[in-house]
Design a binder for this molecule. Structure first.
Ligand SMILES: [Zn+2]
Length: 432
């Protein structure tokens, strides 16, 4: 084999950075996402940022799991070859389910991150049409970049203390989790790192994280907040904190958000990261998990272990809620369409259920369970089936198991088999 052919083949098979079309490094594109009040989404480009880190995200250059409401592609301008794709959701996605979305227009900061292309490239954004069968991605924005002419901001490296909690290998080959302090003052530094270790231990006490711990690096970083806690609007408490996290978000008492995406990303990128956990100095049940964006967990809430597992399930693996009580801030679409998430279905027959391969031949579909019929002799509580009630709705949506951490908290509750599989798929997309 000629040397040039060998080099060419090596380049093709090397995933992520240094593959054909990529320089070494990670780029971030910040933009503003506006919509609501029955208007369509609009995007305003803000800037490109060079994160001065090797690419540590997806191993392959195309996301095959597609677990978000949005997707982006990076295309080489001269060859028209798609170099990279990924799927994601955002605070905007959650807001689009809220009552307010119908009444108001709002603008949110958002980012996408990708391996740095070596030549001029085009970014294209797609949004799922959630009201159509198959929930297809529809193109809605595009911008081309001429690398030599583009102003690329260098990341502002901050003087932030960090600690390695789990170290398993180089960032390019592992899932890199960063735990960021929020509402911890200078005096709380030791306490924060101790809490970060505790929630990490709790997360890795659950399967499949337990078995796959060697696929993860976990780092904690400590941006100092001037004041303690997180904002509580109903009490008019607005402390000055690193990330301006506030509780009671989108009209839900148990929901927390930060809208300071760019600040969050600038802080996170001080270490290699793929996923973000914001650990708040709070004991209130106020949390969040958004696929591709972040997880928020209160360090001092009794159920912080459950919240880590559940919210990180949304953020890292794109899992849907399996509980069926309605959520006051959310407006469900009237149309019953198969959702793209891996752990919920509208399939009422075996062949229409996406996890059918995991269902035993003798398991009835729909699968009976206690709340519907407590005289039921056969108990399917540890069986994979299709249990009616999921995704904020008592009817029409089915979940794979009677109980799962994506539905409830409790002693001995774990992720159901389908969620475990979905988490493992995501771990393997980022690590080996
Ligand atoms: Zn589940």
């Amino acid at each position: 084999m000629k040397l040039s052919t060998l080099v060419f083949l090596l380049l093709i098979y090397c995933p992520g950075t240094n593959a054909i079309g990529f320089a070494e490094g990670t780029l971030r594109m910040d933009y503003l996402h506006t919509g609501g009040n029955r208007t369509s989404d609009s995007i305003k480009f803000v800037e490109l940022i060079d994160e001065a880190q090797k690419w540590s995200g997806l191993l392959e250059s195309s996301d095959k799991l597609l677990r978000g409401d949005y997707q982006f592609t990076i295309t080489d301008q001269s060859t028209r070859q798609v170099l990279f794709t990924n799927s994601f959701s955002s605070v905007y996605s959650d807001w689009a389910m809220s009552v307010e979305y119908k009444e108001k227009q709002r603008t949110f900061e958002e980012s996408i991150r990708f391996p740095k292309p070596s030549d001029d490239f085009t970014v294209t954004l797609f949004k799922r049409d959630l009201s159509v069968k198959g929930q297809p991605f529809v193109k809605f924005w595009e911008k081309s970049f001429v690398l030599k002419k583009e102003k690329i901001r260098a990341l502002r490296k901050l003087n932030i203390k960090s600690e390695m909690i789990i170290e398993s290998g180089s960032p390019e080959k592992k899932v890199d989790v960063v735990i960021i302090a929020e509402g911890f003052t200078k005096a709380d530094e030791t306490n924060f790192f101790e809490q970060a270790k505790q929630v990490t231990r709790k997360l890795f006490s659950y399967s499949p994280y337990k078995e796959y711990q060697s696929h993860f690096n976990v780092r904690a970083i400590f941006p100092v907040s001037e004041q303690r806690g997180v904002a509580i609007p109903s009490k008019e408490y607005y402390p000055s904190t690193a990330l301006s996290v506030y509780s009671e978000a989108l009209g839900m008492t148990r929901y927390a958000l930060t809208l300071q995406n760019n600040q969050l990303r600038d802080i996170a990128a001080n270490v290699p990261y793929d996923t973000i956990i914001i650990l708040t100095n709070s004991n209130k049940y106020s949390a969040a998990g958004i696929y591709g964006a972040y997880t928020i967990v209160p360090a001092f809430e009794q159920r912080s272990g459950f919240l880590m597992a559940h919210e990180f399930g949304h953020h890292f693996a794109g899992l849907a809620d399996e509980y069926f009580h309605s959520t006051p801030g959310y407006e469900k679409s009237k149309a019953i369409i198969e959702p793209y998430q891996p752990n919920i279905t509208i399939g009422k027959t075996r062949k229409t259920i996406k996890w059918r391969d995991l269902i035993g031949d003798k398991t009835p579909i729909p699968t009976p369970w206690q709340e519907q019929d407590d005289s039921n002799l056969q108990n399917y509580s540890s069986t994979v089936g299709a249990f009616e009630g999921a995704f904020y709705s008592k009817y029409n949506y089915f979940r794979p198991s009677e109980s799962c951490l994506m539905r409830l908290n409790g002693k001995n509750i774990e992720f159901c088999t389908v969620c475990k599989e979905a988490i493992i798929q995501m771990i393997k997309a980022y690590s080996k």
